[in-house]
Design a protein around this ligand. Structure first.
Ligand code: TPP
Ligand code: MG
Length: 1034
């Protein structure tokens, strides 16, 4: 038992925290929400039977009813106490147990509740803010109170006199019999110190206990000299980097982590601990803040190189300019705080870890799922088991404002345990500097913590004071242990401050004057820590001085050496993963034929129609498979889905992993794919493509995804980054939904290689086509993808041979609208049969799956066949008589079939129809051949259009028109030295992509097809618009 003196010391020790608990009087206010509810319940009782209520309350309510001003009879704690008593009494009389209610007795029940209160709400009174402002606890307007009454022993019925009494207690670090003073002190030490742990929302008792026993253990925070020195050294590495740059480049944007240094040191501790527990690789995604420091001190990018980047000696500008004159592809590069890299980190323990930092754009949180996709791919290639997942650990950094505000964070957490997306747990680190640019936390969220989203997913949240590097290190180590033990996510919320402005050139005093007065006075984290270490006598001043001096010297030496740093010719060190044998756009590339042996295709075909003995297939599917088998055997009518499956199968047999995800991809939005079928009796899956039984094959994954585009597309992109021997496909339910993933498309898919040399062969399937389904399900917004395509409309490249391949190699991506199953087959295979990778955006069909005419011959996929960027007139009668042709119609996708049907109907043999299968990069060479082929087609008089037509379904301001028009003209001018005015036939310009009225849709479609084929009589150019439904002609 404590002596009275010791007890009073204990109480003094905790006194500042008690002050903190009482800083606000929210609960003391009779008009506050809590008490309003309580008053209401009393009033209900009063109305029911005034005699049951204390007379003072009766008088109060009577006065209120009479419209007189009255004070409630009980205020403050007595009111609260009364509330508790009443609720307890109600619970007892109704026979409920008192779980969740506080006991009013000072006995064991009260003690239990006191302990539980600390476990539940201790973090709300913890000392988490280095600046001791804890502003997020004081948001009355959001219903958030600063005081936590349950942490006060008196709330549980104890009085001052009880502090010296002993109680039987079972709590780590306490004797079985301890005084209340000791108990309170221990509880506050664990739960209200510089770590605030939130874990009571974790439903699983085992996990809950796992975390409880660790944080409650007296050994949780280290105190031995060796470990303290290590923590100090790690912190100083981070701090020295920032301070050194601050002296050399005071006003250069670097988004320093000053104020949050401990978070970077902490991540290192997490990785080291994880390595001890079997982690071999970490994949890191992070935004700007502290990124340069992480690159250097976590990933291990050499200091010399980092300084060379500051000095600008890491690239040779003259050389770059020279290259731009000779090369037809120029690397754009990116600012240094967006670049990625990977490197092997060695630890003192002898363990090493391959650390990869994903390149990212400035768009906050976008990199999250890209990082997880890459991690999942690494785990897949290691063996795709829970064990291999445990070997690759993702770490995602977040800013406090962005984690609270960006919806993709939700998508990221939602993916955590979905099959084929699970990465075995992610460590989320919030560098919580309590500001987002100029926005205060009060404006960046509704919830108390930036991390509160995590609670919805049952993640443990470790809030930790950034000025306590020991606590930060322990929190990170715990996070790593959690991840390795439970294979689920965890959040470490490092609460710190931002010493300078948003970047180093900003003046934050404009917007946060009071905060920055406080920050200006506040010593750096290492100074706070040094004082603590000195006070505790664990480390001497001389020891710390020597560590600091050494680090500074290292930085000075590296800085001097940076002048002589040899720039990497290839800048290859910026690519997170290097692919052996794959070439850059500036290198010579090669490709292989994509046709497949017909016998093999037939065998594959048979397997695609076969389910195991006893498998109860749905009758509808049985009929489909029977028909499919007939088609394959005849080799005449291969449909879209079969062509797709055959291309997948052939790629799998060639050793490519194939993965397709997106909403409902197993069946396919249009019920065409059915690549995974269900046993009607058992619900069991069967996947044809994983049971080819035709020799060794890679694995096929088709997984329906969560209902997200942004997050899932990012995941697949990251997956595609890891290994080029995988065909990775993301399919949108309808193409228009891709716009919710626009950041991923603009910032990563279209520009990743140009900015970061990061290649990807990702395929995006975007169902597209006008079928009268209204505004949103008609268009995948081809125009947007085409606008992002980087081939110059006025430049026909002069490739000596293999125009098509060369052009794609230099382009940022390929945009397709394919019209035949065989061409789709080759387009997919072509992705894998090159020694470079290029994303492919495919406006995929919606009705061609079942269109009788949309079939290919098996031989179109056989040896010698290949992808056709453009398909010339297919009717030999017309193609063989080109001089008869008066109109030349170019189109793409399913519109082709409608034009042909109408042409047949009208019996026309003077109109040729050509499909552009690959729209971008524009097949100048093939288009030129088409323009040359038909000598009698009027190309216009130089002012007015002739009869070379671009026909599209989309409104004039959409679809491919704006992209193809100048390129057709260039082809004619540069290639054939003639001026051509191209004729537009398609819907009129419109804000909405399509009409919602089916009849109007039909009328439009009919008008545009007719106009393309027969045109209108307009000798004198007076009819500007042949139909009110169509666009102007010029
Ligand atoms: C998606 C997105 N929206 C807006 C911005 C502009 N922006 C850059 S940093 C920033 C504030 C970020 O605050 P926080 O997440 O707290 O990170 P911090 O800079 O404080 O480390 C904003 C709004 C952005 N980069 N990305
Ligand atoms: Mg911030």
């Amino acid at each position: 038992m404590l002596s009275a003196r010791a007890f009073s010391q204990t109480r003094r020790a905790v006194a500042p925290r008690l002050l903190l608990l009482r800083r606000r009087t929210f609960y003391e206010d009779a008009a506050s929400t809590t008490n309003t509810l309580y008053l209401e319940s009393l009033y209900t009782q009063y109305q029911a039977d005034p005699s049951k209520l204390d007379a003072k309350w009766g008088d109060y309510f009577a006065a209120m009813e009479a419209g007189q001003k009255a004070e409630p009879p009980a205020m403050g704690s007595s009111l609260r106490q009364l509330g508790i008593e009443t609720r307890l009494a109600a619970a007892v009389t109704s026979g409920e147990t008192a779980t969740g209610l506080v006991a009013s007795s000072s006995g064991a029940g009260g003690l239990q509740n006191l302990i539980r209160a600390h476990q539940v709400r201790g973090h709300e009174a913890a000392s988490l803010d280095p600046l001791d402002l804890h502003s997020w606890r004081d948001w009355e307007e959001k219903g958030l109170a600063a005081s936590v009454p349950e942490l006060d022993p008196t709330y549980h019925g104890f009085s001052e006199a009880d502090y010296e009494k002993t109680f039987d207690v079972s709590f780590a670090g306490l004797n079985k019999s301890a005084t209340l003073g000791e108990i309170v002190d221990t509880l506050r030490n664990v739960y209200c110190n510089t770590i605030g742990v939130e874990y009571m929302h974790i439903g699983d008792l085992q996990k809950f206990d796992w975390i409880r026993t660790r944080v409650e253990s007296p050994d949780f925070l280290p105190s031995d000299k060796e470990r303290l020195i290590k923590i100090y050294s790690e912190l100083m590495k981070v701090d020295t980097f920032e301070q050194f740059l601050n002296t050399q480049y005071k006003t250069t944007k670097r988004f320093g982590v000053d104020g949050g240094e401990a978070s970077v040191a902490g991540v290192n501790a997490a990785i080291e601990r994880a390595a001890e527990m079997g982690v071999q690789e970490v994949v890191i995604g992070m935004p700007h803040r502290g990124r340069l420091n992480v690159l250097t001190n976590v990933v291990g990018k050499p200091l010399v190189q980092m300084f060379a980047e500051f000095k600008g000696t890491h690239y040779d500008f003259e050389n770059l300019v020279e290259k731009s004159q000779t090369d037809d592809w120029l690397f754009a590069g990116d600012v240094k705080y967006h670049l990625g890299t990977s490197n092997v980190r060695e630890f003192a323990s002898g363990k090493s870890v391959l650390a990869t930092l994903e390149a990212n754009p400035s768009h906050l949180e976008t990199v999250n799922t890209v990082t997880l996709g890459r991690a999942r791919a690494k785990q897949y290639y290691l063996g795709n088991t829970a064990e291999t997942r445990s070997r690759v650990m993702p770490i995602l950094f977040h800013g406090d404002a962005s984690f609270a505000g960006q919806g993709v964070c939700y998508e990221t957490l939602q993916l955590a345990h979905v099959q084929e997306f699970d990465v075995g747990g992610t460590i989320h680190v919030i560098i919580n500097n309590q500001v987002g640019f100029t926005t205060d936390p009060v404006d960046d969220r509704s919830t108390m913590y930036s991390s509160d989203l995590g609670k919805g997913f049952g993640l443990p949240v470790l809030h930790v004071n950034g000025d306590d590097p020991v606590a930060v290190t322990s929190a990170f180590q715990l996070a790593a242990e959690w991840r390795q033990t439970w294979a689920t996510d965890v959040i470490v919320d490092v609460i710190c401050y931002r010493r300078f402005g948003h970047n180093e050139t900003d003046a934050p005093e404009y917007t946060q004057p009071m905060l920055y007065k406080q920050i200006a006075k506040h010593p750096r984290t290492h100074v706070v820590f040094e004082q603590k270490l000195l006070a505790s006598g664990s480390v001497s001043q001389a020891e710390m001085d020597s560590i600091r001096a050494n680090l500074w010297k290292q930085h000075e030496e590296a800085f001097a050496a940076a002048d002589a740093f040899k720039p990497d010719e290839d800048m290859g060190n910026w690519v997170a993963t290097k692919w052996e044998g794959f070439v850059r756009p500036t290198d010579k590339a090669s490709s292989h034929p994509t046709g497949v042996d017909l016998e093999l295709l037939r065998k594959i075909g048979a397997k695609l129609c076969e389910v195991p003995e006893g498998f109860k297939l749905h009758n509808g599917l049985k009929r489909q498979l029977k028909k499919k088998l007939e088609d394959i055997e005849s080799g005449e009518t291969i449909d879209w889905a079969t062509a797709e499956a055959m291309s997948f199968a052939s790629l799998l047999l060639e050793g490519n992993h194939v993965r397709i995800t997106g909403q409902d991809v197993q069946r396919g939005t249009f019920a065409h794919r059915h690549c995974v079928v269900k046993d009607q009796n058992t619900g069991q899956d069967y996947c044809f493509l994983n049971n080819l039984d035709l020799g060794p094959q890679e694995n096929f994954i088709a997984r329906n995804s969560i209902l997200s585009e942004y997050g899932v597309l990012g995941f697949e992109l990251g997956y595609s980054y890891e290994n080029p021997r995988a065909l990775v496909i993301w399919e949108a339910q309808f193409g228009d939904f891709a716009n919710t993933a626009q950041v991923m498309i603009d910032q990563f898919v279209s520009a990743g290689e140009h900015k970061w040399l990061q290649q990807s062969g990702l395929v995006m399937l975007l169902p597209h086509g006008y079928m009268g389904q209204g505004a949103e399900h008609s268009s995948c917004r081809l125009e947007r993808f085409l606008q992002l395509s980087d081939d110059d409309e006025d430049d026909i490249p002069a490739f000596e041979n293999d125009f098509g391949r060369n052009q794609v190699q230099k382009a940022n991506w390929q945009v397709m609208n394919i019209s035949t199953p065989a061409n789709y087959f080759h387009a997919l295979r072509r992705q894998q049969h090159r020694d470079f990778r290029k994303p492919m955006v495919l406006a995929s069909p919606k009705n061609l799956f079942r269109l009788r005419q949309c079939v290919s011959q098996l031989s179109d996929m056989g040896p010698g066949s290949r992808f056709r960027r453009l398909i010339p007139e297919r009717d030999t009668k017309i193609a063989d008589n080109p001089e008869k042709v008066k109109r030349l119609v170019f189109c793409s996708g399913k519109l082709y079939y409608e034009l042909v049907a109408e042409r047949e109907q009208l019996g026309l043999d003077n109109v040729a129809i050509v499909t552009l299968e690959q729209i971008a990069p524009f097949p100048f060479d093939r288009v030129k051949a088409m323009l040359e082929m038909y000598p009698n087609v009027d190309i216009g008089d130089g002012i007015h259009p002739g009869n070379v037509i671009w026909c599209q379904e989309e409104p004039k301001n959409m679809g491919a028109w704006s992209y193809v028009r100048p390129r057709f003209v260039t082809t004619m001018r540069e290639g054939l030295e003639k001026d051509m005015v191209m004729r537009y036939v398609g819907r009129r310009a419109s804000a909405s992509p399509a009409t919602g009225y089916p009849k109007l849709h039909n009328a439009e479609q009919e008008a545009l097809v007719k106009e393309a084929l027969v045109g209108h009589d307009d000798e004198n150019w007076t009819v500007q618009r042949p139909s009110s439904l169509l666009g102007h002609q010029t």
